[in-house]
Design a binder for this molecule. Structure first.
Ligand code: TMP
Ligand code: ASP
Length: 238
């Protein structure tokens, strides 16, 4: 079995460890929950396990539909083996309905339909508040090339099609989400995570928020809501 050797990187909710195989890392999901670029942080018991199980299920589903990603297998309730990728310092966001920062930025009412879905790039830098950027910033500052940009957009929109269908089948609305990509041997893979920490999900009927907005807005029942999404999607959390 692959063992953790040393910590490579600590994020706000996860940690990455090197292993005896240089092509593989172990991703640990902690209970830490952060919002507003790290300004609000709390420990929520059980969140690490829910997110690890949730992510594994979604990544396997995406892989089966042709979205190559870094997930290999879970090794513990809150840990998974992933491919080591050279990550782009970029966040790819798709919005199917207006919520969060786009409402403030453009004065939109929450829940307005985005048709076609809106794609946005953000620069991954908490100290700058993850600013909105476009293709020109990415190429000018050497964060990725034009081909990489096209692949990231294509894979993000494909992921949206796949997951909108999956969530809809569980009477859930996938409002928006964020993806991060990286490269290995010249090929782009989906990396990081897909969990309720990085997407917005509403109940189709009641529009109840079931994602990290419960934490951001102090609505309570954060982990319970993540568990409810997982349960509806048939994800085994044990
Ligand atoms: P936003 O409304 O804050 O721009 O976020 C859009 C979606 O992307 C939302 O589901 C949260 C997710 N997201 C992150 O998880 N981390 C980030 O750093 C950003 C910018 C967005
Ligand atoms: N920027 C994201 C949020 O507000 C992630 C974070 O800051 O933890 O949720």
């Amino acid at each position: 079995m692959l063992e953790k050797i040393e910590i490579l990187k600590t994020g706000k909710a996860k940690a990455l460890y090197t292993t005896s195989d240089p092509s593989k890392l172990i991703m640990e999901y902690r209970d830490d929950t952060s919002a507003f670029d790290g300004k609000k942080i709390e420990q929520l018991a059980g969140k690490g396990t829910v997110n690890n199980r949730f992510n594994g299920h979604i990544m396997d589903h995406l892989q089966s539909k042709g979205v190559d990603n870094h997930h290999i297998e879970a090794t513990a309730p809150n840990e998974s083996i992933v491919m080591s990728l050279d990550m782009f310092p970029i966040e790819c966001v798709v919005r199917n309905f207006a919520a969060g920062s786009i409402c403030k930025r453009l004065g939109l009412e929450e829940a307005m339909v985005m048709e076609p879905p809106i794609f946005e790039f953000f620069y991954k830098d908490d100290s700058l508040g993850d600013p909105l950027i476009n293709d020109c910033h990415i190429t000018a500052f050497g964060w990725a090339n034009e081909d990489d940009i096209e692949v990231m957009k294509e894979l993000t929109l494909k992921t949206n099609d796949i997951l909108v269908t999956l969530f809809d089948s569980a009477d859930l609305i996938l409002v928006d989400f964020k993806l991060e990509f990286g490269k290995s041997d010249g090929k782009i893979y989906l990396g990081d995570e897909f969990t309720p920490d990085g997407c917005r999900v509403w109940d189709k009927e009641t529009k109840k928020k079931l994602d990290k907005d419960r934490f951001r807005l102090g609505l309570g029942d954060v982990v319970e809501s993540y568990q409810e999404i997982a349960h509806r999607l048939g994800i085994n959390l044990t």
